[in-house]
Design a protein around this ligand. Structure first.
Ligand code: AMP
Length: 347
């Protein structure tokens, strides 16, 4: 191990980590990945890696000794781990922010407290279930922690079904189901009070997993500006450093409700690698490594398709057309609904 040059430590070794590592390389920044999985695409591209549980103090100490600062590609890295590292070395974004955003209840409460609208929701432990109005349904129950891509979510068509259901010993929120017009997201990067964001991406989910994203989103310029302003307000209030994504529902009345904040680079921003002058990954590296952010400019219209599970096999043998960019994450194990790659088409 040779730590003469500046080294960025990255927690998590998935595809987001892989693209972060590649962007860092472009900027001559060494990377050291800490992942808890052997099947981690990023380890083939970084300069060094450790495969270990995120709780292993000895490995964490070695990691800290060999990096200059740390970031992460995934918000579900245990808070305790990030907090331990932060006591010895700079971590961006700050672990205290992750503590809010790892928890759906804290996240939505924070958003409402700064005047940003979300879906109507209740903390399941504190709500009198019988008093919920019939009009609140259909509704979704979501685990407060560790839920993503629809994991830990149960759908209830009506109040009767909900009252009959027995919940496991976990913490949940119940949220009104929105009959939205569309979903959009804004990816924003912030460093020392300056921020830059991409125009909104329009997203389509299937079974709660992102299926495709495209730019430009089919929304009015006014709504695009509003969404970017909301993203900026959130980033400013959190005093955020790095790239994050704000996911919105656009209601039938053209109102914006924030569904979720991802304190990291995001799947909907994959198309920035081919459609813009700078990618979400590069701006994240720039923000956390003290480099000037690049203002995003769109060069092409684009659409990105996620490739899940066994579908990757078809793409591996398929001719890729001009203006198409195929990314195979190189994951060893193919699992149903696992994100295995993506394809971006530019126009
Ligand atoms: P989440 O895990 O909260 O990010 O949800 C994943 C996806 O499920 C969202 O992008 C929506 O497509 C759908 N979804 C989640 N919550 C709601 C809701 N309250 N109403 C309608 N659709 C939802």
């Amino acid at each position: 191990m040779n730590k003469k040059t500046f080294t960025l430590g990255i927690f998590g070794g998935g595809q987001l980590g892989k693209f972060l590592v590649q962007s860092a390389k472009k900027l001559n920044i060494r990377t050291f990945v800490f992942t808890d999985s052997v099947d981690s695409p990023a380890i083939y591209y970084c300069d060094d890696f450790i495969i270990s549980s995120y709780e292993n103090k000895k490995k964490l100490d070695f990691f800290i000794k060999n990096i200059d600062l740390a970031t992460f590609e995934f918000e579900n890295i245990p808070f305790k781990t990030l907090d331990y590292v932060e006591k010895k070395i700079n971590v961006s974004p700050k672990p205290t922010i992750i503590k809010i955003l790892q928890d759906r209840l804290k996240e939505k409460t924070f958003l409402n407290s700064i005047g940003i609208k979300t879906t109507e929701f209740y903390y399941l432990k504190k709500v009198d279930k019988k008093k919920l109005s019939n009009n609140f349904f259909p509704a979704l129950v979501k685990t407060i922690r560790l839920g993503y891509d629809g994991k830990g979510q149960v759908f209830f068509k009506n109040k009767n079904d909900f009252l009959k259901y027995s919940f496991k010993n976990k913490e949940y929120i119940i949220e009104k189901l929105i009959n939205f017009k569309k979903e959009i997201s804004v990816v924003i990067s912030r460093y020392k009070e300056k921020s830059v964001s991409f125009d909104a991406f329009e997203n389509l989910h299937k079974h709660q997993i992102l299926q495709k994203s495209h730019v430009p989103a089919n929304i009015s310029p006014k709504l695009n500006i509003q969404a970017k302003e909301i993203a900026k307000k959130i980033a400013d209030k959190l005093n955020y450093t790095g790239t994050m994504c704000v996911e919105f529902f656009v209601t039938k009345k053209n109102e914006l409700l924030v569904n979720e904040i991802a304190p990291r680079v995001h799947n909907s921003g994959h198309l920035t690698m081919n459609a813009h002058n700078v990618s979400q990954f590069e701006n994240h590296i720039r923000a956390v490594c003290n480099l000037k952010l690049k203002k995003p400019k769109r060069i092409h219209k684009a659409i990105m398709y996620n490739i899940l599970g066994n579908d990757i096999k078809k793409y591996r043998s398929k001719e890729i057309a001009m203006k198409e960019f195929f990314y195979d994450y190189g994951k060893k194990e193919i699992k149903n609904k696992r994100k295995m790659g993506h394809l971006t088409k530019i126009f």
